[in-house]
Design a protein around this ligand. Sequence first.
Ligand SMILES: O=P(O)(O)OC[C@H]1O[C@H](OP(=O)(O)OP(=O)(O)O)[C@H](O)[C@@H]1O
Ligand SMILES: NC(=O)CC[C@H](N)C(=O)O
Ligand SMILES: [Mg+2]
Length: 504
Amino acid sequence: MCGIVGIVANSSVNQAIYDALTVLQHRGQDAAGMMTCQDGRFFLRKSNGLVRDVFRTRHMQRLHGNMGIGHVRYPTAGSSSEAESQPFYVNSPYGIALAHNGNLTNAKELAEEVFNTDLRHINTTSDSEVLLNIFAHELGKQGLQLRPEDIFDAVRRVHRRCRGGYAAISMISGMGLVAFRDPHGIRPAVFGKRETEAGIEYMVASESVALDVLGFELERDIAPGEAVFIDLEGNIFTQQCADNPNPRPCIFEHVYLARPDSIMDGIHIHKSRMRMGQKLAEKIKRERPEHDIDVVIPIPDTSRTSALELALHLDVPFREGFIKNRYIGRTFIMPGQQERKKSVRQKLNAIDLEFEGRNVLLVDDSVVRGTTSKQIIQMARDAGAKNVYFASAAPAVRYPNVYGIDMPSADELIAHGRTDEEVAEQISADWMIYQDLEDLIACGKEGNPELEGFDCSVFNAEYVTGDIDQNYLDAIDAERNDSAKEGAKPKVDAVIDMHNDDTE
Ligand SMILES: O=P(O)(O)OC[C@H]1O[C@H](OP(=O)(O)OP(=O)(O)O)[C@H](O)[C@@H]1O
Ligand SMILES: NC(=O)CC[C@H](N)C(=O)O
Ligand SMILES: [Mg+2]
């Protein structure tokens, strides 16, 4: 779940893209990058690190042009080397750059095809570089002067070749921006516009919150399978390019990934999370009508919205018992288990008097590896809680994700192969309650009844692309589990910027 952004404006876009990337930082903390275009030339800055650390004044000054794309990365394929930070660039045809959120499930086969059949070169192990080369190859079949229909034909062929989750924003030198979403719309993308004295400007981004903050008005989501082309004059063209679009956006965006102030596939994430709290309160009342919960305490940040609603519907006081260090980022999207563990303790601290002698219900949005819940329950006990109950606004995460969330290994998931009682034992909770999957789906659908369903594979092992078998899951487990990643840490930092002027 990386963050992507693209803007076609009437003045320099570097600052706007920087600002948008800071708003999307919660989608990727490992690397950041920006590529702009002026007079047919590209300018690139990308590196490992947070947005504020990657872009210094000297880099910003080199990012010329009124069109650009940006990326914040949370790796789900390849390595975490700087060389795999995004955007990626290919020279032919035209000069094309691409920023990708998601994960291709047939990246290996495609990489071979790209080399053997398309006669193109892939230089990294990133699936995003594969996606770019497929798009470039398909565009190369068109003429020198690209018309919108040529671009849409190329995207149609991309959809026929690529499988998995992908929301992508591509920049074609001297022509404009192209954004597209896979036929299931697993990963999100929206677009909007801003009127200026010099004319209309367009922006595409992973989440609507980036548009809000930059003063763009949300037009709508890019539909699953659809492509959007914005030319340099600010004209916009859209077309459905999938043979069989079948909308199934990732429900984990609602649970954890997205910011609550975003609207995704027509659904207010904030409201979806509120409904999760309400449904979970109803389940608690059904299962434990005589409960003895004295206080509901959220585990900051993401669970706050649902925890507050849960407390209201349970008619139990809600208290902020853990204070979050605002300078520490999200722990779940950190690359290694050691870092994640250490970070929970640095990030959250208990206010003892909210726990002393009470039966507390801790609420989190989800329990994945159990890193957070284990430590937090211990902290609650150390702070003097009598009984510690634990509620998860999502169902038990039991299966790997293959579409752009880094959960490659079933064995690392605390609920894999375990009952709710066994999970409670593992995290040392006195009682554990999970949301039911039907309820979670209902929380999303209520916001957009036209949506037929979601990708819920981490909860039910039903992979919407239909191409995932045990061999595939075993292979990504072997490649990407925590110990494999530990051994594959990049050893050197490389500078991989591209700029064409010698003015510093
Ligand atoms: O079971 P785990 O493997 O620990 O993963 C789940 C936890 O990780 C996330 O928090 P995170 O700190 O990433 O972000 P947040 O501040 O947005 O809640 C999520 O909100 C849960 O708290
Ligand atoms: N989280 C993502 O969307 C990752 C994009 C891409 N697969 C990468 O690893 O860079
Ligand atoms: Mg959390």
